[in-house]
Ligand binder design. Structure first.
Ligand code: PLP
Length: 408
């Protein structure tokens, strides 16, 4: 393994946030990642590239997404709650922002084939959708466990023309799928681009993925001003798995004064703080290296990657993007958590008070707001609704039934 020397910061690319980040990859990938960085730095300023991306965002995936004032819930909570409606995007979540951006990068780089890892299948579906649109060959790596738990998304990916590789190694879940994708990439860098799914992985991925999600916060800040005449919100809340929807939202608010604009990242608290029963990487993780970058990481007593649990498959990841680790260290962002049962209750409440069924991931952000609503009395609160809950219905009803069973 080699570590790329700390290159100068350039444009939207950073290799490190404080001590977090970096590029810890096999030697064969070092030139590929350098090349990716150089090409991205050309393309993000290329009018043809940005015009094509903007057209697809507006007409294929549905940007800008609305900023909706949830008045019914606001009344209950005694605040003004604004929901950023990423759930209305094509394929049902923010993930399409990143896959469209990176898919276009692949096309402009002359790569004919894209690969991706997926856990719940949401990033796999967004990647397969993008590949179909752009005429790219597509292979998705997914742990065998996850292919069984998330069968409808496997069917979607296949219908979209992707090949789904069932990964048999390790715990046969997301972290093993990432390893398999990295291995495939090492062997086929000439014709393949790896569409990594969150603000994690070796540099330059965290910067590139964040860049393609910055539209979330940029639109939100403009909508607050133009539609609601609010210069600065009092609080901004988003759920955190790898951290991409949160970074996309937070970046527009981080430079506002910290005593005026409070920012909250909400992790999956799972069932309890016992090992293997949660995904609180920032709350309970320690420094370590996984999947090519240095950050906080859930580990067992021997430094091996710990098993993780969350009711929402999209938050079920033992790592966290390096920018979040740094925002935690600097205390600019407060990281907190919501438990499985709190997320389920938040989902029910939003469905029944506003007519919106949120993803279980996004429900964690809402659950935190509900639990801590005292803090937000009279304030203007922005919450990123990262995705819609259609994918979670079977899971939701099974979990509710189990709860009712154990209560009796
Ligand atoms: C994947 C996913 C997440 C978690 O990923 P981040 O990179 O932390 O944003 C959150 N919400 C939804 C709806 C997702 O599909």
């Amino acid at each position: 393994m080699t570590k790329e020397s700390t290159a100068k910061e350039s444009g939207p690319i950073r290799d490190y946030w404080g001590e977090f980040g970096g590029c810890f990859v096999p030697e064969t990938l070092v030139p590929t990642l350098s090349q990716l960085k150089a090409l991205f730095l050309q393309l993000y300023q290329d009018p043809k590239f940005t015009e094509e991306l903007r057209y697809l965002e507006q007409n294929f995936s549905g940007r800008p997404t609305p900023l909706y004032e949830a008045k019914n819930l606001s009344r209950k909570l005694n605040c003004r709650l604004f929901l950023k409606r990423e759930d209305l995007l094509h394929t049902g979540a923010h993930k399409i922002n990143n896959t469209l951006g990176q898919g276009l990068l692949a096309k402009y780089m002359g790569k004919k084939r894209v690969i991706a890892e997926t856990g719940a299948g949401q990033h796999g579906v967004a990647t397969a959708t993008t590949a179909a649109l752009l005429g790219l060959q597509c292979v998705i790596f997914m742990g065998e466990e996850d292919t069984l738990r998330q069968a409808p998304n496997v069917q979607r990916m296949k219908l979209l023309g992707a090949e789904v590789v069932s990964v048999q190694s390790g715990s046969r879940t997301l972290k093993d799928a990432v390893n398999a994708a990295l291995q495939d990439w090492v062997s086929r860098v000439e014709d393949t681009h790896y569409i990594l799914g969150s603000v994690s992985g070796p540099s330059p991925f965290p910067s590139i993925v964040a860049y393609f999600h910055e539209c979330i916060g940029r639109e939100t800040a403009a909508q607050l001003r133009q539609q609601y005449e609010i210069e600065q919100p009092d609080a901004v809340i988003a759920c955190v798995g790898g951290g991409s929807n949160a970074i996309g939202m937070f970046r527009s608010f981080i430079d506002m004064p910290a005593d005026k604009v409070q920012i909250y990242g909400i992790e999956a608290g799972g069932i309890s703080d016992a090992p293997g029963r949660h995904a609180r990487t920032i709350g309970l993780g320690e420094k370590g290296v996984l999947h090519g970058y240095h950050s906080l990481l859930l580990q067992d007593d021997f430094g091996a990657v710990a098993p993780v649990h969350s009711i929402s498959a999209g938050l079920d990841y033992p790592g966290i993007g390096p920018e979040h680790a740094a925002l935690h260290a600097s205390k600019r962002v407060h990281y907190d958590f919501a438990r499985d049962h709190e997320a389920l209750d938040a989902l029910t409440l939003l469905a029944q008070t506003e007519g919106i069924i949120p993803a279980l991931e996004s429900s964690h952000a809402l659950a935190f707001l509900l639990r801590e609503s005292q803090r937000f009395q009279g304030g203007n609160v922005v919450l990123n609704l990262s995705g819609r809950g259609d994918k979670d219905l079977a899971h939701y009803f099974a979990a509710q039934q189990q709860r009712n069973g154990t209560q009796k």
